[in-house]
Design a protein around this ligand. Structure first.
Ligand code: SF4
Ligand code: SF4
Length: 379
């Protein structure tokens, strides 16, 4: 089918990161993908994606600041006319680098926090980074960048949403994104420890609604609802191969940042092929474009154009079939898997095992053949 332009380029510059978040969205096997693209590769990708119509470029990771060519890449993206965004944990952003990135034309910074308290922030990232993030927020404001603060919500911090909003306000954030955990990658591995109860969610939503009204005109607050609790899937990445082009640190072109887990799909490597070929002609991008690939119950469902059958990675991880309906959907024959996970969260029993933090050692351990708890873990 005809592909429009990839409006959003997400450049995952590296899987390296000084933090160890228990909900990290990087692949669980990230340690086996250490071979990063060169500066020249990235410069070519930026040019080719822009020529194809991309208008926004997000630099993410891992932690993109560990790449010392970040300023060069931002300068080229800016020269090409992209609206540029840096998605960072803050680690590595000094006053000097902030000035250099400003001079390179960086438009916007998204700073992640793990919580409003030092204790939970540092526990969840397994680092002492809370004070540093507060200082980095000051650096961002000093450069005059609009600041998005991003906090992933889960059972361990969802009760703090009022204090998280207070903290965002005190640090001068223009936008606050409260994103409930999506259970892929490391978060799926830690789902039992992270999933909130439905009462926790309802309480948090009520608090956020009231604060959003009170802060109207001063700060915009986005609350990204969790799909497990809704019984309805979300349209994944605004539709497979419709808007987003993710490029992994080692050069794979993907429709979304978790899609490399899907078996039997050949995603092109941009070391060997052009962005145009990858986006328009590859099997990886064409397989789930539109609705023609759907099976029942999606094929005859009146919601199919609305949600496009939900998330392909979730379908694979929970149902063992990337072409199945997303099991968070109440009509999915595999919905019982989601209900069982919700029931565990509602019971609120202490989890059977401790959190597994993202680290190269844990990545290698979980990726080892026959490793206990290796993903996918549902079937
Ligand atoms: S989620 Fe945490 S560990 Fe993962 S890349 Fe972001 S800051 Fe690093
Ligand atoms: S059956 Fe498929 S198309 Fe219908 S609501 Fe569920 S996931 Fe969406």
């Amino acid at each position: 089918m005809n592909a429009g332009p990839p409006l959003w380029l997400l450049a995952e510059l590296t899987y390296r990161c000084p933090l160890h978040c228990a909900f990290c969205y990087n692949p669980v096997d990230f340690a086996r993908h250490e071979d990063e693209l060169s500066t020249e590769d990235w410069l070519r990708i930026l040019r080719e994606a822009r020529a194809l119509g991309a208008v926004q470029c997000g630099f993410s990771g891992g932690e993109p600041l560990v790449r010392d060519d970040l300023e060069t890449l931002v300068a080229e993206a800016s020269r090409l006319g992209y609206y540029t965004n840096l998605l960072t944990s803050g680690v590595g952003l000094t006053a000097e680098r902030a000035r250099a990135l400003r001079a390179a034309g960086l438009d916007h910074v998204q700073l992640s926090f793990q919580d409003s308290t030092q204790e939970v922030n540092d526990f969840l990232s397994h680092t002492r980074t809370f004070d540093l993030k507060n200082r980095v927020a000051g650096l961002i404001k000093a450069q005059g960048w609009p600041m998005v603060m991003n906090v992933v919500l889960h059972r361990l911090n969802i009760g703090h949403v009022d204090r998280i909003v207070e903290m965002a306000q005190a640090l001068g954030a223009e936008y606050l994104e409260l994103a409930n955990t999506q259970y892929y990658s490391w978060a799926l591995h830690n789902r039992e420890q992270l999933m909130p109860t439905s009462q926790q969610l309802r309480d948090a939503e009520a608090v956020v609604d009231a604060l959003r009204e009170r802060l109207a005109g001063r700060m915009r607050i986005f609350f990204v609802a969790p799909d497990y609790h809704e019984g309805r899937p979300k349209r994944c990445v605004n539709g497979w191969g419709s808007t987003f082009l993710t490029v992994t640190p080692d050069g794979l072109a993907l429709p979304c940042h978790t899609a490399r887990m899907l078996p039997g799909l050949a995603f092109p490597n941009l070391r060997e092929t052009s962005v145009q070929h990858a986006w328009q002609d590859s099997d990886g991008f064409n397989r789930f474009r539109g609705t023609a690939w759907m099976k029942e119950p999606c094929r005859s469902c009146d919601q199919r154009e609305e949600d496009l059958g939900g998330c392909r990675c979730q379908a694979f991880q929970l149902a063992g079939d990337a072409a199945a309906a997303d099991p968070v959907c109440a009509k999915s024959p595999d919905h019982a898997v989601v209900q069982a996970a919700l029931a565990i969260a509602e019971r609120g029993e202490p989890p059977a095992r401790p959190l597994v933090f993202r680290s190269p050692a844990n990545s290698r351990r979980l990726d080892a053949p026959g490793a206990a708890g290796a993903l996918p873990q549902e079937r």
